[in-house]
Unconditional design. Structure first.
Length: 202
């Protein structure tokens, strides 16, 4: 008998027992963590350096408990942008100075920044709902003064569709590297440049 059959038989017996008695039947449930997972959790806890002095934190703001945003500084001038946090995608993007779509507040001018370079190939990305068009650029991106990624690829958006409902200036993608078409994510670069000890956030 397969697992589904066993569960069906169990609930059939439980139902027949309840119908023959006016008392409530309590079925005890237990929760346990396997030895393997206990060892993993213990190893993770012991590997965390609680004496780390460098501050990698970034301010987090909730917009109506629906969207969460943080600040990101871009380029030599360190101009600040408020970005929506997205753990389901990986690209970080802001509107280009030539952005012609609706929504969003601040635009980034790559030609005015000495650390910024921009490709000439127009690219397109789609989300569950919404699309963006733009160019890949490189510059210095900072979550704070201690967490800067040099020569980090990001996306400069020139047009969008169905994303004007998003609050802020753009998006900070914290998803997997496989979604970056071979480019490193912001977290990847922070780790490879020795700024962060591991690719993790909380």
């Amino acid at each position: 008998m397969n697992v589904k059959g066993i569960f069906f038989l169990f609930f059939a017996l439980l139902l027949s027992t309840c119908q023959g008695s006016s008392q409530l039947i309590k079925v005890p449930l237990t929760y346990s963590v396997s030895k393997e997972w206990k060892e993993r959790l213990s190893s993770l806890a012991s590997s965390t350096n609680t004496n780390q002095q460098t501050d990698f934190t970034s301010n987090l703001t909730s917009f109506k408990a629906f969207q969460f945003v943080t600040n990101l500084q871009i380029g030599e001038s360190g101009e600040s942008y408020t970005l929506l946090i997205d753990t389901g995608s990986s690209w970080t993007w802001v509107p280009d100075i030539t952005f012609r779509g609706r929504g969003f507040f601040n635009r980034f001018n790559c030609t005015a920044d000495v650390k910024c370079t921009k490709s000439n190939d127009l690219m397109h990305f789609g989300y569950g709902k919404g699309e963006i068009w733009g160019y890949i650029a490189n510059s210095t991106l900072c979550l704070n003064k201690n967490a800067c990624a040099k020569d980090q690829p990001f996306f400069l958006v020139v047009d969008q569709k169905d994303l004007e409902y998003s609050w802020g200036d753009g998006l900070l993608g914290l998803g997997h590297s496989k979604l970056m078409n071979g480019y490193p994510t912001l977290l990847d670069t922070l780790v490879s440049q020795g700024v962060l000890p591991k690719r993790a956030f909380s």
